[in-house]
Design a protein around this ligand. Structure first.
Ligand code: FES
Ligand code: FES
Length: 149
């Protein structure tokens, strides 16, 4: 039975070790902020943090996440205070339908941990999440705003 630490809480989950982490988060633990888009590590809707790095959870067997710190969108705010990326997203009205946005925010938060002042080239090469609503210009503006927060 895999044991996971998600947003600081330990969960013993009844799941086959090869089950993608995404489905364990959504269906066993009930954290539905992480979305399913493609299931093949292409769209980024399912992005979470594993030990601080952005990972596409649709393609990670749950047993590979054991013993690591998993953070989902539900755990990004700390003590009721939104993460700077979340604040910038609100200020720039980034979401349209919203479906891709939790994965987008998690990918950006991990980027800013690694590179606090990313260039447009850094953003283009790292934030490869797909947004069918085409929010890419707002995403870029909000990333730059978050770096100045
Ligand atoms: S659902 Fe995981 S990358 Fe698309
Ligand atoms: S906001 Fe609709 S898919 Fe990105």
């Amino acid at each position: 039975m895999p044991r996971l630490v998600v947003n600081g809480k330990t969960h013993d989950v009844d799941a086959d070790p090869n089950t993608p982490l995404l489905w364990v988060l959504r269906e066993r633990i009930g954290l539905t902020g992480t979305k399913y888009g493609c299931g093949i590590a292409q769209c980024g809707a399912c992005t979470v943090h594993i030990d601080g790095a952005a990972v596409r959870s649709c393609s990670l067997p749950v047993n590979e996440a054991e013993g690591k710190q998993i953070t989902t969108i539900e755990g990004l705010a700390q003590n009721g205070v939104l993460h700077p990326v979340q604040k910038a997203w609100l200020e720039h009205d980034v979401p349209q339908c919203g479906y891709c946005q939790t994965g987008m925010i998690m990918a950006v938060a991990a980027l800013l941990t690694e590179k606090p002042k990313p260039t447009d080239a850094d953003i283009d090469s790292t934030i490869t999440n797909i947004c069918r609503c085409g929010t890419f210009q707002q995403v870029r503006a909000a990333i730059h705003a978050a770096t100045n927060a």
